[in-house]
Ligand binder design. Structure first.
Ligand code: SF4
Length: 275
């Protein structure tokens, strides 16, 4: 029986730097000290590529940063008086989206949903509808029947406009997007459609005679034709975009969400001005 008082003899310690594996028979092994210990290969010194300052320059270097502060202290102060005064944005500013039209008034959106797929914030929702002879909203087979942008989610990155194959979707410079309700921040198609301009007829109406969607994409359609006007006159005699109609001002009524938001922003501006 083993004596419990008797301890086993300690195992001999390996010298520092020795390999854990036994040396191969007949092969001399030189012990290599681990990194950081005396005798380890030296780490190369870091050499800055920026030349070191010397003389007066080196003396003033610690206070050099104050030069920026001092030079700005004597510049004219520019404080924007928003919302009392609005300042124009840069031309390429990413603001509210717009769904564009062709020159005859047909919509450019074909409901392909590429913008919704490209959106990293999942802010866009599109449902396509089929164009029919009685209800043609865009050149080709399909149009954007439902189009929504949730401005509580949108980060204005512009990836949606890069994805759009027909340049239907672009961004305006409008940045005053604020509303009193969450639901009111979801813009519908009516809120996003570009205003009708001179020479356009409100959709739906047939495409220009003898054209396909290719002519539209190539910009070869420049205005609404008499045949299109005759069709609209027959279907919607009160249409304000007809030459004898009430005019573009009556036709370009903002959608309910856009109108509510414009009212809210105008109220906020009045409040800001009254302060
Ligand atoms: S806006 Fe452009 S990308 Fe989005 S559904 Fe319409 S056509 Fe497609």
């Amino acid at each position: 029986m083993a004596d419990p008082q008797k301890r086993p003899a300690p195992r001999p310690q390996k010298p520092a730097g020795s390999s854990a594996r036994p040396a191969a028979a007949g092969k001399a092994v030189s012990p290599r000290p681990p990194a950081g210990e005396v005798g380890a290969p030296a780490t190369p010194q870091y050499e800055s590529l920026i030349p070191r300052s010397t003389g007066l320059r080196a003396l003033l270097a610690p206070v050099g940063g104050f030069g920026v502060t001092l030079s700005n202290m004597f510049r004219k102060t520019v404080t924007e008086q928003y919302p009392r005064e609005t300042v124009p944005t840069k031309p390429r500013y990413h603001g509210r989206h717009q769904l564009n039209r062709y020159a005859d008034g047909l919509e450019k959106c074909i409901g392909c949903e590429l913008c919704a797929w490209a959106c990293p914030a999942d802010a866009i929702y599109v449902e396509a509808g089929d164009n029919t002879p009685d209800e043609q909203y865009s050149p080709g087979e399909r149009y954007g029947r439902v189009y929504q942008i949730n401005y509580l989610r949108c980060i204005f990155c512009g990836l949606c406009i890069e994805a759009c194959p027909t340049r239907a979707l672009t961004m305006t410079n409008e940045y005053e997007l604020a509303g009193p309700t969450r639901a009111g921040m979801i813009y519908e198609k009516d809120d996003l459609l570009a205003p009708l301009r001179s020479g356009m007829l409100a959709a739906p109406h047939p495409m220009v005679e003898g054209t396909t969607d290719t002519e539209y994409y190539r910009g070869q359609v420049t205005t609404a034709t008499d045949a299109q006007r005759a069709w609209v006159r027959e279907q919607r005699p009160d249409d304000p975009t007809l030459p004898e109609g009430a005019g573009l001002e009556a036709a370009n009524v903002p959608g309910p969400t856009a109108a509510l938001m414009a009212e809210h922003v105008a109220g906020a501006r009045r409040q800001g001005g009254a302060r």
